[in-house]
Every structure is written in C-alpha cells, then in structure tokens.
Design a binder for this molecule. Structure first.
Ligand SMILES: NC(=O)c1ccc[n+]([C@@H]2O[C@H](COP(=O)([O-])OP(=O)(O)OC[C@H]3O[C@@H](n4cnc5c(N)ncnc54)[C@H](O)[C@@H]3O)[C@@H](O)[C@H]2O)c1
Ligand SMILES: [Zn+2]
Length: 370
C-alpha cells in the first residue's frame, strides 16, 4: 500500500479509480487500474451498446491486446470488426481516415454503433475523428495503451489528423463515452515511450500538484520500475487534473486549458526543428519545460530553485533537458505554431511547483529570456 499524500498525489491502491470528466450531458468516466482492459465488454453493454462495433488499432498493439479486447466484447454480446492500421504517426492522415470510413461502411456500422480505439494517441486521435464525423458522429471509447495517451491524449475530446502543412490541423472536439486506462499495458511499451509519457506526468505536477511532483521525485525508482500501485496512483492523479482542466474549458476558449501547454511552446519548436524524428513528443516537452522554467525565472515569476528541481527530476527520469537547437531558429519555429495568435504567444510561466500564470510574449521575447 502507498501512503496517502496531501494534494491529489499518490493516495491510492491498485484496486483502481474512477474519475468523472464533468461535461453535463457529455460527461464520462475514466477508469484507471491494473488488469482492467477486459472489462470493456461489460462496460459497453452497461451503456446499452450491442451488435456491430469496430475496434481501431494498429499492427503493434493488435497482437498484444487485441485478443483480450475481442473476447471481452464478444462475451458481452457485441459483434466487433477489427480495423488494423500500420503503426506510426505518419498514418494519422486523411487517406487513412478514408480507409477507416470504407471499413465502417462495409461492415454496416450505424448511428447506434460504437468505435473502440485501442492504442496510443495516434490511434485515439484517428479513431476519435472517424467517430466524430462518420454518419455525422457516432459514439467512441478510448482504451489508451501508452502512458502518454492514458494521462493526456485519451481524455478531453480532441480528435484529428495531420495535414502536410502541420500536425493536428484537421479535427473536431468529440468526447468519448468512457476511457479505460489499464496501466498493465505500459509493461510492453518501449522504455523510451514510457519515459516520454513521464514528461507529461511531471507537467501535471508542475502546473497543478506540488504533492504529485514531490511524490514522483521521492518514489522515482518505484515508478521507473513500473510498480503497479504507484503507476495506478500516478496515472489517476494526472487523469483527475486533465479532467478538471477539460471540464472548465472544454473547447479551449476561456484560457483554462492553455495551462496544459506548459513546456509545449518551446517543445513544439524543438520537434519541428528536428523534423519530428529526433525526439519523441514527451522528450521535446521535457526540454521545453526546463526552457519555460528558465524564461519564468528571467521574468521574475519564479526562483532558480524551481528551475533546478524541474531540471533535476526530468534528468532523474532519463529525459533530455538541454536545448539542442540554435535559439535563433526557435523564433521562426514557435511563430508558426497554430497556438500563437497574431504574433503573441500565450506562454505558461511557472511561479512555484504547482502554480502557473499566463503571460503574453512574442517568440523573440521568449528566446531572449532563455
Ligand atoms: N488528443 C489529444 O488531446 C492529444 C494529446 C497529446 C497527444 N496527442 C497525439 O497523440 C499522439 C502521440 O501519442 P503516443 O505517444 O501514444 O504515440 P503512439 O500512438 O504513436 O504510440 C507510441 C508507440 O507505442 C506503440 N504502442 C502503443 N501502445 C503500446 C503498448 N502497450 N505496448 C507496446 N507498444 C505500444 C505504438 O504502436 C507506437 O509505436 C500524437 O499524434 C499526438 O498528436 C493527442
Ligand atoms: Zn504534450
């Protein structure tokens, strides 16, 4: 058993958690636990789904978890087809979306059917957008199998595909009917993918939860060893934060959701400048978070101690923190990010671990403070 901690941190057991994303009629549950993947069939049955449904997955995840999910769905009286796409971010495009529509139509899915996304953020975004648009929108559920998708991508209803001119430029807000995050799936994740997910976990600590941040630091060895109790507690804490932020700003209009972009302004710039091949997203975010902390310090928002503790924790987790690209190149890369409005960037500055403030800055100002 883990010790309870004061603020949302690691107070839980492996038994699992259920978090509600509170969005009125679009509210849904996020179940977090270990070994819960096979509850998907009964859960769908409980929501009234029956008959034809579609699992969207990829060729890495399908052999690992496809049979268990198929069996669970069949045992609950559902009749699934499996749409298996090739692995990789490159598949998150309109051509693959069209292929998915073809399969859904051929299998006769109708307005009462449900799509089950089984995989990481790529599968979730693609399957979610297919669900948002097929027959003007049908139900979907998320079975995220990467740490990053469990703590971030699967929750909040952002779905979409990439365009040659930029990532995630085409999409829709479409909330899932429920999310089932089984941390046991992390056991088969490549180490690098797991660590990249940890960068987003640290982000929640920095922006909203000092107790979580310190718990991760204290128990980093257990977390890196994927101790089940710890991992369930950590993922559940992150899910609670994502759920709260999404509930307060579903469509990213009020500014509340912007806090989730901590570390992402510079992170996206680093990803773009390295052709999206050198770093995983979470790795670039780790670099971006330390950069954001440095900018915050230069602005007088936080002290050097905050920069040092973020940098120290990320390093302990095996994540990169040094800026690998020339500062000058970053200016252009950050200006073309779709989240910048008329040259001003809504920059998330850290004040202390657990608290942030938004500052409007130009890309040049950000780089000058690095
Ligand atoms: N919708 C959102 O709010 C949101 C938020 C963040 C990121 N995203 C999107 O998510 C995507 C990144 O997600 P990701 O990091 O999960 O990447 P991913 O989906 O590409 O998964 C990473 C790799 O792990 C493999 N994999 C997945 N689960 C596995 C498992 N259990 N065992 C072994 N291998 C497994 C995948 O096949 C892939 O090779 C990006 O496209 C990004 O734009 C969306
Ligand atoms: Zn991110």
């Amino acid at each position: 058993m883990t010790q309870p901690s004061a603020v949302g941190g690691l107070a839980s057991s492996v038994a699992g958690h259920e978090v509600t994303v509170d969005l009125g009629l679009r509210s849904y549950a996020v179940a977090v636990g270990s070994g819960i993947l096979t509850s998907v069939g009964p859960r769908l049955q409980g929501l009234g789904f029956q008959g034809r449904c579609a699992i969207v997955t990829n060729d890495r995840v399908a052999p690992l978890y496809g049979p268990a999910v198929l069996a669970s769905l069949r045992s609950a009286g559902l009749d699934p087809i499996v749409i298996e796409i090739p692995d990789g971010e490159a598949q998150k495009n309109l051509t693959m979306l069209s292929t998915i529509y073809d399969r859904l139509l051929a299998a006769g899915l109708d307005r009462s059917s449900v799509i089950i996304a089984l995989g990481g953020g790529v599968v979730g975004d693609l399957a979610g957008f297919a669900a948002a648009t097929y027959l003007r929108g049908i139900a979907f559920v998320q079975l995220p199998t990467t740490l990053l998708a469990q703590v971030d991508a699967a929750i909040g209803g952002k779905t979409g595909v990439n365009h040659p001119r930029g990532k995630n430029l085409l999409g829709a807000f479409h909330q899932p009917r429920f999310v089932l995050a089984d941390v046991e799936t992390c056991a088969t994740l490549p180490r690098r993918e797991f660590l990249a997910g940890m960068a987003e976990v640290v982000k929640y600590g920095v922006i909203r939860d000092a107790a979580l941040f310190h718990d991760i630091a204290t128990h980093s060895d257990a977390i890196l060893a994927q101790d089940r109790d710890r991992l369930v507690a950590v993922v559940a804490a992150c899910v609670r934060h994502k759920a709260a932020v999404v509930a307060s700003d579903e469509y990213e209009r009020s500014g509340a959701r912007a806090v989730l972009n901590f570390g992402h302004t510079v992170g996206h710039g680093v990803e773009a400048l390295t052709d999206y091949t050198r770093y995983l997203h979470g790795e670039a975010v780790a670099i971006g978070m330390v950069a954001a902390a440095r900018v915050s310090q230069a602005l007088g928002a936080c002290g050097a101690d905050v920069v040092a503790s973020i940098d120290g924790l990320l390093r302990r987790l095996g994540l990169p923190t040094e800026l690998p690209v020339p500062r000058a190149a970053l200016v252009a890369a950050m200006t073309s990010d779709k989240k910048s409005t008329s040259g001003r960037i809504r920059f998330v500055a850290v004040e202390t671990i657990g608290r942030t403030r938004l500052v409007d800055l130009s890309a040049t100002e950000i780089v000058d403070h690095l």
